[in-house]
Ligand binder design. Structure first.
Ligand SMILES: [Zn+2]
Length: 444
């Protein structure tokens, strides 16, 4: 029995702790999980919450792939709307991508400009990735020291002119530096040669769009990343894996002992090329959503750990940029709010438990980014907690979501699983007050 009262105790018949579901009480002190005990532990606390019979206590999701776009393209998305959406969906930490905002986060000055823009508008905790672009090798260490979680680069056109891709030679230079400073390089892995060689047919047909971004482009870029890891000794992470054709390469690299991690996204697990309606550019993203057979292989790779984590790649724009031409429409799926429910909906259909989803979307994503005090209900971690109703179904409408522009691939879908109450560092949070704070790499 504890001698000191807790600030908060949450009791649940079902809680995801240590990779499994069990009855538990979670005692919180000064924003951290101080103790985990039996459901009816004889503890005293300033406040006590007992979850309802149909709720499970899970850690908040850690979404390390969010494009907030502020400042500079704030009409696409902003910190207030993106983090409100995250909160409503059961995500308590986001890490913001360095591009689509202006300036892109490729220097410390740009990071400071972004943090100034975000200040006071974050409803969940927010970390930042830095950017690796041609010519900014010397900016990596200062950005690392300023607390970014690693560096994002592209091996192909990024979609915005101010964030150019790295050539294989430039990738090598940048990864020599990330190896030296111990930083993680995160890579948009599609290569241009295969895409340039593929047929480009403009228009609304989804099949034409998929054909224009072949599997081989992902495979070839991932091969470049793996070869460069071997050469430089740097850690690397593959962003938004779509093509299952790259899985053997990834398995081999991991077996070899290379420090490679891989994410996929809810849309690759939720939609299939066969079912996407022509003209539905809400589903456009790069790399593209592929066949149902491909999707089955992604789910298997998640289950066996070849894919480490699932994060949203929430990348919205204004509605007018989602024209019905797949070649010119903005590429990105707005999904930070629905990510957990979408993955849970698909996971339970395939026989996975909530503990699996927690591993993919909270524990492993936090580990990949190096967020040591996030990503699980464990003693010493931030008390970022969600009362999740795993059987409650919601009908999603784009206009009903919190993100700024009412466009999403999940419009008019029924998803299972609702985040009913959310606690951030031990305080229950709402979309009324911005209680989030900035996170820095290396905080324990
Ligand atoms: Zn992205």
């Amino acid at each position: 029995m504890s001698t000191q009262p807790f600030d908060l105790v949450i009791r649940a018949d079902r809680a995801v702790v240590d990779g499994a579901e069990r009855p538990a009480s979670v005692g919180v002190r000064r924003g951290r999980v101080a103790e985990i005990g039996p459901r009816d532990a004889d503890w005293s606390a300033a406040a006590e919450v007992v979850l309802a019979d149909d709720e499970v206590l899970i850690p908040g999701m850690v979404d390390t792939h969010v494009h907030v776009n502020e400042p500079g393209r704030t009409e696409w998305e902003g910190f207030a709307s993106a983090t409100r959406a995250a909160l409503r969906g059961g995500t308590t930490t986001i890490v913001d991508m360095p591009l689509n905002s202006l300036p892109p986060t490729t220097t410390v000055d740009a990071l400071e400009i972004k943090q100034k823009a975000a200040d006071g508008q974050c409803f969940v905790d927010v970390g930042f990735w830095g950017g690796a672009v041609p010519g900014n090798v010397e900016d990596l260490l200062p950005l690392h020291d300023a607390g970014v979680f690693g560096f994002k680069c592209f091996l192909i056109d990024s979609g915005v002119p101010e964030f150019p891709p790295l050539s294989p030679k430039q990738l090598r230079e940048h990864m020599r530096r990330t190896a030296l400073i111990g930083a993680l390089m995160i890579v948009h892995a599609e290569s241009a040669a295969e895409i340039d060689a593929a047929p480009t047919v403009p228009g609304p047909r989804y099949a034409d769009f998929v054909a224009s971004r072949p599997d081989a482009s992902e495979v070839s870029a991932i091969k470049v990343v793996i070869d460069t890891m071997r050469e430089t000794g740097s850690r690397a992470h593959i962003l938004h894996l779509s093509s299952a054709e790259a899985l053997p390469l990834i398995r081999d690299a991991k077996r070899e002992g290379l420090p490679l991690t891989v994410e996929t996204c809810p849309h690759y697990l939720s939609f299939t090329a066969e079912a996407i309606r022509d003209g539905s550019t809400a589903h456009k993203c790069c790399p593209p959503i592929r066949s149902s057979e491909n999707q089955t292989r992604l789910w298997k790779a998640l289950a066996d750990g070849t894919i480490d984590c699932v994060v949203s790649d929430h990348s919205p724009s204004t509605a007018d940029l989602k024209t019905d031409d797949f070649q010119t429409a903005w590429g990105g799926v707005a999904s930070v709010q629905v990510a957990l429910a979408a993955v849970w909906t698909g996971a339970r259909e395939r026989g996975h438990g909530l503990a699996d989803v927690v591993r993919w979307m909270s524990e492993r994503s936090a580990q990949v980014a190096g967020l040591q005090h996030k990503g699980g209900i464990r003693v010493g971690a931030d008390a970022d907690l969600v009362a999740f109703a795993p059987d409650e179904v919601t009908h999603v409408t784009a206009a009903g979501l919190e993100h700024k522009n009412p466009v999403t691939a999940y419009d008019e879908l029924d998803l299972t699983g609702v985040a009913r109450r959310v606690w951030l560092r031990g305080n229950e949070i709402s979309t009324e007050r911005a209680d989030g704070r900035f996170l820095e790499r290396g905080e324990a």
